[in-house]
Design a protein around this ligand. Structure first.
Ligand code: PEP
Ligand code: MG
Length: 581
């Protein structure tokens, strides 16, 4: 039995055999397959060789057109290797003789080959080592790609282990059979984590090397509450976890009865609880969990997994779907927040050097005006007779906000000219998720109808800590006093200028922060649907006076440790079930 510690990213316990879908490059552990699966592995490898050859031929042709035949002939070596009968025989002997996966065969055989080349006396051959690794990478990518594809169609319950997953891969998982998720990469607010939470799948991220340590088929426990993965658990551990999981389920069911009760403090102060959604149908989950509308619709998920922009009509249908589900309840539609870890397929192939600080979000939209206008058109058309509002992400300067608002005005003019039905008085809000916006919130408050605090980004930009990087995950803390001061100022600016302030970052969905946020004056919380009942329970269990006392105390602390410890103690008194021992 082996215990790996990561970050508990989505609560719950999952006990199931592992499926490992990705690996650290060049680090493939031995993975046996049943004897009768070996032929299928060989067939997978043959297919991957065929695809790789085709890719290389294409590359050779394109390179020859662009940079001349000499350079393109490098690819002849790659092709020669893939067509080498001795090599193909070695692959086949390894798979059929050892009953191992195609990935394992590729890695071991080609690494052996690379070593032989390295030892060659002539420089030309020694330098071909890089080409051998290149071929290995290509074959693995094509093999792993095939496996990834099958993630959507699993036939049995599994725990999914991966070195990394994109948000769209996570979203495409077979929800019925993936019981838990464990990933080497990522942090508490990476978008893959957010998707796992939205799907209600227990998840642990930031594990560094779990994908290389587990073989598909190994029994694995994923404990999303404590951030632990147990590999090959003993019977006693399994039993302990079964009991713990049953208690958790009981607790979640006990919250069901809050569904139709209002989110109101014990001393009568009303709070609005909304849900964050990535996919239109998720709006149903929000209502099922007792949310009173959608506080953040991350529309960029319409883009992911596809090479092309969704058409205006496709977008119209998606927005209408959310609005129809919500009826006369509020729905906040955020314009595309593409970039950083939410790439379109084509941008994924040409990454920026520093994407979190790059052409992301509103910046990307303002540089791609035709796309931006199509989206605003679709939103305005879909919003007729609804409680929809528009939200701009990642605003950092007034001029950016003004440009975005000008686009809305232009689109309204176009729609009027074309006599197309639309909503021209849609409320326009902005995410406050950069320190620049937070520090200038008085000025912004006079130009928007509402603020939505995006703590996921506000924390990363305030603390200069990448929200998706497991190596700095321990420094990513929402309780840093600098972050808390910014939040307090944003809420106050909203009160001063009489505009609503909501919070849609993950902080809003963590019961540890509910007392503090209420005490700071926040009255609108938007979180992933499964978190709504817990937050409602917190709100209904406390008085505003209590919350204000907690906030005052918290704001007097100088370190995040003091804040975290204090909030943990206070929250535990109210909601002991939410804490795992
Ligand atoms: C945020 O940054 O807090 C937020 C809600 O937006 P996203 O997580 O989509 O960046
Ligand atoms: Mg954000």
């Amino acid at each position: 039995m082996k215990i790996k510690k990561g970050i508990g990213a989505s609560p719950g316990v999952a006990i199931a055999p592992a499926v490992v879908v990705d690996t650290e490059e060049f680090d493939i552990p031995e993975r046996h397959v049943p004897v009768d699966h070996a032929q299928a592995e060989l067939a997978r490898l043959r297919k991957a060789i065929g695809v790789s050859k085709k890719e290389i031929l294409d590359l050779r042709k394109r390179s020859a057109d662009r940079i001349g035949k000499e350079i393109a002939s490098i690819f002849d070596f790659h092709l020669g290797l893939l067509e080498d009968e001795a090599l193909v025989k070695k692959f086949s002997d390894t798979i059929l003789g050892g009953h191992v996966t195609a990935e394992y065969a590729v890695a071991t055989v080609l690494r052996g080959f690379a070593k032989e080349f390295q030892a060659m006396p002539t420089q030309y051959l020694a330098e071909r080592v890089k080409d051998v690794y290149d071929i290995e990478k290509r074959l693995l990518r094509n093999l792993i790609g095939q496996r990834r594809h099958s993630l959507a169609h699993l036939t049995r319950d599994v725990n999914l282990l991966a070195h990394d997953l994109t948000p769209s891969q996570a979203a495409g998982m077979d929800r019925e059979h993936v019981l838990g998720l464990a990933i080497d990469a990522g942090g508490l607010t990476s978008h893959t984590t957010i998707v796992a939470r939205a799907l209600g799948i227990p998840a642990v991220v930031g594990l560094n090397d779990v994908a290389a340590e587990v073989a598909s088929g190994d029994l694995v426990i994923i404990d999303g509450n404590r951030g632990v993965v147990v590999i090959g658990p003993d019977p006693q551990t399994i039993e302990g976890y079964r009991k713990f999981a049953a208690k958790q389920v009981e607790f979640i069911h006990s919250l069901d009865k809050l569904r139709d009760l209002p989110a109101v403090t014990r001393d009568g102060h009303e709070v609005t609880l909304l849900g964050n959604v990535e996919f239109p149908d998720e709006a149903e989950n929000v209502l099922d969990k007792g949310g009173s509308g959608v506080g953040l619709y991350r529309t960029e998920f319409l883009f992911l997994g596809s090479d092309t922009e969704p058409s205006e009509d496709d977008q119209y249908k998606a927005y209408r779907r959310v609005l129809d589900i919500c009826g006369d309840r509020p729905v906040v539609i955020r314009t595309f927040d593409l970039g950083a870890d939410k790439y379109t397929q084509s941008r994924q192939r040409t990454p920026e050097r520093n994407p979190m600080l790059g052409c992301r979000s509103i910046r990307y939209c303002l540089q791609n005006l035709a796309m931006f206008k199509r989206q605003v058109r679709a939103i305005l058309r879909a919003s007729v007779n609804t409680q929809a509002s528009l939200l701009f992400p990642l605003i950092a300067s007034l001029s950016e906000l003004r440009q975005a608002k000008t686009v809305v005005r232009d689109v309204i003019e176009d729609l009027e000219e074309e006599e197309i039905e639309h909503r021209s008085d849609i409320p326009i809000g902005m995410m406050v998720e950069t320190p620049a916006a937070a520090l200038q919130c008085d000025a912004f408050a006079q130009e928007v109808d509402y603020f939505s605090i995006g703590t996921n980004d506000l924390v990363q930009y305030t603390l200069a800590v990448d929200r998706g990087n497991e190596k700095v995950a321990s420094m990513y803390t929402m309780t840093n006093p600098a972050v808390l001061r910014l939040i307090k100022e944003i809420v106050r600016a909203g009160q001063r200028f009489d505009i609503p302030v909501s919070m849609c970052g993950e902080m809003a969905g963590d019961p540890q922060y509910t007392l503090l946020l209420l005490g700071l004056g926040l009255r609108i919380f938007s979180c992933s649907p499964p978190a709504i009942p817990e937050i409602k329970k917190m709100v209904r269990s406390v008085t505003l006076e209590q919350a204000m006392m907690v906030a005052r105390r918290v704001m007097s602390f100088d370190t995040e440790k003091e804040v975290t410890n204090f909030l943990r103690v206070e929250t535990r008194k109210i909601l002991p079930e939410a804490y795992a021992d």
